[in-house]
Design a protein. Structure first.
Length: 412
């Protein structure tokens, strides 16, 4: 993941003492520059100092020291993005600079979610890292399909007296209303090709799915449902492993078939070499042998009747989902410390905020960057707005997280 030139330049700057003038020279930024750029460089220097303290705080006895070190590597990538953001802003390319800030937040959310994520006892891992963390630190994270974690709830949520899965009920509704819709718009159903009919039914089902989820979120039950499903590690991985859209399943005999499947999905040409096999194994994990005999718990290759024990991740949580669910993963003390720091620090820069820090970051910074990232036509902000609205809040967030390292001690 690391952008080598950025990290090399940052390392060179740190070794020279992190003096502001050296930053301009190493990153080839016009000097002297605006007051805001100078402040941004100062923030970068403070962050690197906090980073050094973080790395020095990692205990060798800590059973999660590998995760802490991986998190340290993650911050190297984040600093690389921020350094390029300062360089681009210093050169006058504000819009492109904002994209780098958003990339830094993408990495932050994904990293926080994956490395702090719970691991159920039934998921076996030699190094103790949860499956998403392993996938995140692989080279394939960006190739995985983004997935709204909330959408995992519906396929397994049971409703009604018969306790029928909600997904089945929506499919029945779709089939029921499809003829009425075709008739209402005066289409000749006999002239609609089978392939188009399937697409229309799928579109209708997705629309009903969205309606149902929005309805569910407006009820008093939503908070309990979300916590009991995606907030419960056993249930969450159960949903993930039983869904063909998000996970591949295999028995030990068909592990190579799964790896070849992953290779093909990513468009990798050639044979499955030993080196490539080791890379792809980062997307797999060992799960439990389910007791029931449903199709979703069997090996997915060559009509095999064996129970699945190996799972391959082909989807990753989207940023919005991760921003919400980090809250469920951190323990109360970690959460309270980071929340307090961010709220107090934002108050100092006249940005009073309330609530959980993931929501604060998403609503106050991340979502406002979307138009710039997606090249929507918006007025380019001034350097002052760039600093006060985006760069400074992002730097504060990183300081609060680095200043309160997660997992210090003997936490498993």
């Amino acid at each position: 993941m690391t952008k080598n030139p950025d990290i090399i330049n940052l390392t060179q700057w740190a070794q020279k003492g992190q003096l502001p003038k050296d930053f301009y020279e190493i990153f080839n930024v016009p000097y002297p520059n605006s007051e805001e750029i100078s402040k941004a460089v100062s923030y970068l220097s403070e962050l690197l100092d906090n980073y050094s303290w973080y790395l020095g705080s990692i205990s060798e006895d800590n059973t999660r020291s590998k995760i802490e070190r991986d998190f340290g590597l993650l911050f190297a990538d984040i600093f690389g993005e921020l350094a390029i953001s300062v360089k681009l802003a210093g050169e006058g390319y504000i819009k492109y600079s904002l994209r780098e800030i958003r990339s830094a937040l993408d990495i932050l959310f994904a990293g926080l979610f994956t490395v702090s994520s719970w691991v159920p006892d039934s998921i076996k891992s030699e190094d103790g890292i949860n499956p998403f963390a392993s996938a995140f630190f692989s080279r394939y994270w960006g190739k995985l399909t983004p997935l709204s974690l909330e959408s995992l709830i519906l396929p397994t949520l049971e409703i009604g007296e018969e306790r029928k899965p909600a997904k089945n009920s929506l499919r029945e509704l779709s089939d029921k209303f499809y003829p009425d819709i075709i008739s209402k718009f005066a289409f000749d159903k006999h002239k609609i090709p089978r392939k188009i009919e399937q697409k229309l039914k799928s579109l209708l089902e997705r629309s009903l799915n969205e309606f149902f989820m929005n309805f569910l979120k407006d009820t008093d039950q939503w908070s309990d449902i979300a916590n009991e499903t995606v907030g419960n590690s056993e249930y969450f991985y159960g949903m993930l492993m039983s869904n063909d859209e998000h996970c591949l399943r295999a028995c030990r005999e068909h592990e190579s078939d799964m790896l070849n499947d992953l290779k093909d999905r990513f468009g990798i040409k050639g044979d499955l070499s030993d080196e490539l096999k080791q890379d792809l194994l980062q997307l797999t994990f060992i799960g439990p042998e389910f007791d029931d005999e449903t199709e979703t718990n069997r090996c997915g290759y060559k009509n095999c009747e064996n129970k699945a024990t190996i799972y391959g991740i082909i989807s990753r949580p989207d940023t919005r989902s991760m921003s919400k669910l980090v809250k469920l993963q951190l323990n109360k003390e970690e959460l309270r410390n980071i929340n307090s720091c961010i709220k107090e620090s934002f108050k100092e820069i006249q940005k009073p905020v309330k609530g959980y820090f993931g929501r604060i970051i998403y609503s106050e910074i991340y979502s406002k960057l979307n138009d710039y990232v997606h090249s929507n036509i918006v007025e380019e902000p001034t350097t002052s707005d760039w600093f006060h609205e985006f760069f400074e809040p992002t730097a504060i967030v990183l300081q609060c997280i680095l200043g309160r390292p997660l997992w210090i001690g003997n936490k498993n």
